[in-house]
Each structure stands twice: as structure tokens, then as C-alpha cells.
Design a protein around this ligand. Structure first.
Ligand code: SF4
Length: 361
């Protein structure tokens, strides 16, 4: 706490005479910031903007729809990380609109905590197809790749909806109006991919950037680092999570990912296709690729940008263009009990985090 106090004092000693915005792109960062009440403790001129840090929020509607259709198929066991179960899709009245509703309708949908749970369930049910709906960023995609590289039972298929974090930030920066002055890069992603992955923010765009962990001290240190850079005009990629995020990241995880996955253009819910921002199973693993095995359950007609429920501003929230409580239906039609958009469903969604943190309209 003394260390946090010292960082806060240093931050309050800075002044810019204008509003300065720092974006984070990690649901874990946003949770730590909100639950520690950091926004209230920081100088008034400093705004912390939650950006694209929630993989459940950007998972395309057509993928959730396909997962629901597969779950409703005879004999199929559909497994997914718990957050995915309540994500709603746009369907006609009376149709199943989430995996949780499919489960209530009798489908065998099971929440899991890791890819190893999926493999275990497949081994225990050799006579049934098991589909693992694997949505996540690099940190959760890496264990899926490791499992695939090590070998999986023939009845296990993966519906992969993996995303890379940095291309969304690159897209914002390339737009010319990113909406932030500095970036706090995700510590966990950096442990896998290496902090260097964020060097482009500094080198190509001259935006201060620092990798941070989830502790208050690490976050405050990263804020101070990027603000000092803004003040002095210096630009460098700082690492405020050196105890965990090492240069080069995790070579073993990267080897598994390179062995099992290709990087492809990918759709982000409400945002559209971002080049080289998704993972797909390599063709050699087609026998485990749900997109290859069950093409009749895909609905390419759903593939479009703007696929949010009516009134939902999730895409704007994910891109940091508005704060969660600026959504038109935040806390009104949309609450954790009755979520309208995915940002109110996931523990990594900014709307849910802000609501749980007591932020009201
Ligand atoms: Fe989407 Fe609900 Fe958040 Fe609005 S309050 S952006 S509808 S999740």
C-alpha cells in the first residue's frame, strides 16, 4: 500500500493542463482498476479508458449461433468456458438465443475451466461428439493449441474463436483517431507472446506504452511510465511486469500455437473483420475442426458488422469510444441479471465490471 501511495503521489505531482486518456486492453486490468477504485484516486485530468480486452464480447455472433446449433444437435456434448453460456444472439422470438437457453431446452451444454476438461469429457464419452467452443485471446488459445499438439480423442472437435489482441489496437491506431494518448499493454498476453509484440505502438505511432500486471502497484507504475513519456517526449516500450512478462514470452506456448494454428483475418462482433487477428486450426487438424466437420451448422448470412442487439452499444464500449455507463440502456434494460449485450455477460466485459464496481448511470 505504501508503494501504491507513493505512485499516486507521483501521479498527482504531474499536470498536463488537459485531459489525458490511457487505454487498457485487458479485462483483468479493467477489473483491478475498477474494484480498487483507482479512477477516484487519480488526478481529475487523467481518464482510464477500457478498450478491446474482452474476448467474449468480441466473439462474433455467427460463432455463438453455430455453437448453439451444434449444442441442439442429437448426441452432441457442447463444452465452453462459463462466460460464453449466457451470451445472447439475435434470433426470432421463441428461438434459442444462448447456450444457457439451449441447455434449459435439453441440450448437453457443460461449462469447463480448461481445455483439459474438454479432452477428459471426450474420453469419457467415446460414442458422442464433443464440441469445444473455444473463444479467447492468446492466453486461453495457447492451452488449446497445446492440447491439440499433444493429441486429442477422435470424437473431440474444436469450434475455435481465438483472437489476437494487438491487431485491434493497431486498427484503432491506424484509424487516425484512436481516442487515447497512451496504452497500458496486457501483462498476461505478454507472458505468452512477449512484451516486444507491443513495440509497434511506440515505433510506428509514437504512443507511449507500458506492459502492466494486475496488481495496483504495477498498474500505477505503468500509468506513471506512460505519462512521464508524454511529458518528456521520450518514447519507449516499458515493462512494469518484469517478474512474469519476460522478453520473448513463452517459447513453448508459441511453439504449440505455431504447430496447431494459422493466423487468419477474423470478424470481431460489432466491429467487423480485422486482418490477421484470429486463429484457425491448421488444415492438418481438419478432423478436429468443427467448422470443417459441421459446415451445415454455420450461417454465413449472419456474418456482418453491427450484429449487436437493438439499442446495445457494446461495439462502441469495446473500442473505447464511450464508457459503459454512456450506453443508452446501461442499468436500465441491460443488467447482469438480464444482459442485452455481451459486455454485460462476461467477467471481463467492461459493462459488467463497472456495474459490479457500483458505477451507475
Ligand atoms: Fe451492451 Fe449492455 Fe453494455 Fe449497453 S450496457 S453496451 S447493451 S452490454
Amino acid at each position: 500500500m505504501d508503494e501504491a501511495r507513493a505512485w499516486l503521489d507521483k501521479l498527482h505531482a504531474l499536470d498536463f493542463g488537459r485531459t489525458v486518456k490511457i487505454m487498457n486492453v485487458c479485462g483483468g486490468h479493467e477489473r483491478s482498476i475498477t474494484h480498487a477504485g483507482l479512477r477516484g484516486a487519480l488526478p481529475k485530468w487523467l481518464e482510464l479508458v477500457p478498450g478491446p480486452g474482452c474476448p467474449v464480447c468480441v466473439c462474433p455472433e455467427e460463432d455463438v449461433y453455430q455453437a448453439i446449433q451444434l449444442a441442439l444437435r442429437d448426441k452432441v456434448i457442447l463444452v465452453a468456458y462459463g462466460d460464453m453460456l449466457r451470451v445472447p444472439v439475435n434470433v426470432r422470438k421463441g428461438e434459442v438465443r444462448s447456450l444457457a437457453e439451449a441447455q434449459a431446452a435439453g441440450a448437453d451444454v457443460r461449462p469447463i475451466a480448461s481445455p483439459l476438461d474438454a479432452r477428459k469429457i471426450a474420453r469419457e464419452n467415446p460414442g458422442r461428439p464433443v464440441v469445444f467452443f473455444a473463444a479467447g485471446f492468446e492466453t486461453t488459445t495457447a492451452p488449446t493449441a497445446a492440447m491439440l499438439a499433444e493429441g486429442v480423442p477422435p470424437n473431440l472437435a474444436i469450434l475455435l474463436s481465438g483472437r489476437l489482441t494487438w491487431p485491434a489496437v493497431a486498427m484503432l491506431l491506424d484509424s487516425g483517431s484512436p481516442g487515447f494518448d497512451a496504452l497500458v499493454a496486457p501483462g498476461h498476453v505478454s507472458t505468452v507472446m512477449g512484451p516486444e509484440e507491443w513495440r509497434f505502438v511506440v515505433d510506428r505511432h509514437e504512443i507511449p506504452c507500458a506492459v502492466a500486471g494486475f496488481g495496483t502497484e504495477s498498474l500505477l507504475a505503468s500509468f506513471y511510465s506512460v505519462l512521464r513519456q508524454l511529458k518528456t517526449g521520450e518514447r519507449f516500450l516499458d515493462n512494469c511486469y518484469t517478474e512474469v512478462a519476460h522478453p520473448g514470452g513463452n517459447p513453448t506456448a508459441q511453439r504449440f500455437m505455431n504447430a496447431a494454428l494459422d493466423v487468419v483475418d477474423a470478424n470481431w462482433r460489432g466491429i467487423g473483420v480485422i486482418p490477421n487477428s484470429g486463429y484457425a486450426l491448421k488444415p492438418a487438424l481438419a478432423q478436429h475442426d468443427a467448422r470443417v466437420l459441421f459446415p451445415d451448422h454455420a450461417d454465413p448470412g449472419r456474418r456482418r458488422a453491427g450484429e449487436m442487439p437493438p439499442g446495445c452499444d457494446c461495439a462502441q464500449v469495446v473500442l473505447g469510444k464511450i464508457y459503459p455507463n454512456q450506453c443508452r440502456i446501461y442499468g436500465k434494460a441491460c443488467t447482469p441479471r438480464n444482459p442485452v449485450g455481451p459486455c454485460m455477460v462476461s467477467d471481463e466485459g467492461a459493462c459488467r465490471i463497472w456495474w459490479a464496481g457500483g458505477v451507475r448511470v
